[in-house]
Design a protein. Structure first.
Length: 449
């Protein structure tokens, strides 16, 4: 799928400069897309399709969408897409514009730092936000623009049948237990790590792949550290690492930091996951604290950070091998359902946002919708496969320093090398993003009767 060099003439009304407002039901096109999953990827898909004049219905299995979870990073390439959907001011009010990444050793000494977001030269910032609050922002925008009935909660996807005329999704009401069908032209599985749509498309795939690392996550209000817009990556050896960054602008206004933290501990050899994985599974601070009880980073009280969290979540670091093809016919995948990845590059949510925009652009500019789905997959499968594999390499390349058997410091320049290699591999180039044509879709024209 080739993007035009200049999309301005294709977008007379619905450009980033004139974002869509309260236009519920404004779907002039001839397509109806059923989106399974009301997370970040699914809701961004609905907004992007609506911007192209394509009808969308979101099916979400939870009976009530609530602001759950912890922090997430939106990279500049995702912030660009959400800004072009008219959500730039909302993001600025919701998140902290992260300005730098700092790698520190076991004593808190800075080993490497580099600028992020606009400080690095991007035209768009990098935001650290609360995942649940971002989801609620997207949900409100979908309901405002597409109508209250565009998101059907408590609706569990079970199966899909397709023919030359469209798709019929078999769903079940989780309140009444009643089964029914939802008809449409296409179906997009954006239903996350344990995607029911993916399981129907690839029934013999097998279990998730576990890196052997367990992750504990939480949010704690702390003193502000460094610039107040700093992401810290601390590696003190012994297979334990910590990432922490502020996510709350209200706390920052008070000179404090609402700090999202992630503790990663190697506890087993990599292999198939024996058991379940879910980002919202409750954890226990007493399980993670022993690995970090003697940490003293100076500028950040790590034991206090862990014990001060109201809730702790536990999550095994898992992904899947990239698929040779995502979908079939009128059905495709998006976000974690298509390309679950280790969360070591702060890229999962951002890739889902870009998926949604490329999908909408393909459907808006390609007459045959099945051809459009394959064009979307071809472009995004290659890009996200690179990210999945880069995240694996980044996890394996962590330096064994500080508190390791020898107590030696990390090799000079290792952190800069890791960061540069990751950026180059995942296509996160400043000049390329700044110069790239817009993905904001033109309005799809209806097929003549």
């Amino acid at each position: 799928m080739n993007l035009p060099e200049d999309t301005s003439e294709l977008l007379p009304e619905n450009t980033p400069e004139h974002p869509p407002g309260n236009t519920a039901g404004n779907t002039a096109g001839d397509l109806h897309v059923v989106v399974v999953g009301g997370g970040i990827g699914g809701l961004t898909t609905a907004l992007s399709l609506h911007a192209a004049g394509i009808q969308a219905t979101v099916l979400e299995r939870t009976r009530r969408i609530r602001p759950l979870g912890v922090g997430v990073n939106l990279q500049p390439h995702a912030v660009r897409e959400l800004t072009e959907l008219g959500l730039g001011d909302d993001l600025a009010a919701l998140g902290v514009p992260t300005a730098e990444m700092v790698w520190v050793d076991r004593s808190g000494g800075i080993q490497h730092r580099e600028d992020l977001g606009t400080a690095r030269g991007y035209h768009w910032p990098q935001y650290s936000v609360h995942r649940g609050e971002l989801q609620m922002l997207l949900l409100a925008a979908v309901r405002e623009r597409l109508g209250r009935d565009a998101v059907r909660t408590g609706t569990a996807f079970e199966d899909v049948h397709q023919d030359e005329d469209g798709i019929r999704a078999r769903v079940r009401d989780r309140g009444t237990g009643a089964g029914t069908e939802v008809a449409g032209d296409l179906l997009v599985g954006a239903d996350g790590l344990h995607s029911a749509v993916r399981a129907r498309l690839h029934p013999d795939e097998g279990p998730l792949h576990w890196s052997g690392t367990m992750m504990w996550r939480g949010v704690t209000e702390t003193d502000a550290f460094l610039t107040g817009r700093t992401m810290i990556h601390a590696d003190a050896g012994r297979g334990a690492r910590l990432i922490a960054y502020p996510i709350g602008p209200e706390a920052a206004d008070r000179g404090r930091s609402l700090t999202n933290w992630v503790c990663m501990v190697s506890v087993a050899e990599p292999g198939p996951l024996d058991g379940s994985a879910g980002w919202d599974r409750a954890g226990r601070v007493e399980d993670v604290l022993p690995h970090f009880a003697d940490w003293d980073l100076g500028r950040l009280d790590v034991p206090g950070l862990l014990t001060g969290a109201r809730d702790v979540l536990e999550y095994p670091m898992v992904d899947r091998d990239p698929l040779p093809g995502w979908g079939d016919g009128r059905v495709t995948l998006l976000g974690d359902a298509a390309h679950p990845m280790y969360p070591v590059g702060a890229n999962g949510a951002s890739q889902a946002v870009v998926d949604a925009r490329v999908l909408a652009y393909a459907l808006a500019t390609t007459r045959d919708p099945v051809t459009a789905l394959r064009a979307y997959e071809d472009e995004r499968r290659a890009a996200t496969t690179a990210v999945v594999l880069a995240n694996r390499r980044m996890d394996r390349s962590k330096p064994k320093n500080g508190s390791g058997p020898s107590g030696a410091a990390a090799p000079d320049g290792i952190y800069a090398k890791i960061a540069t290699t990751y950026r180059n591999t995942t296509g996160n180039d400043v000049a390329e993003l700044n110069a790239r044509a817009s993905l904001h879709p033109p309005i799809r024209k209806a097929t003549p009767a």
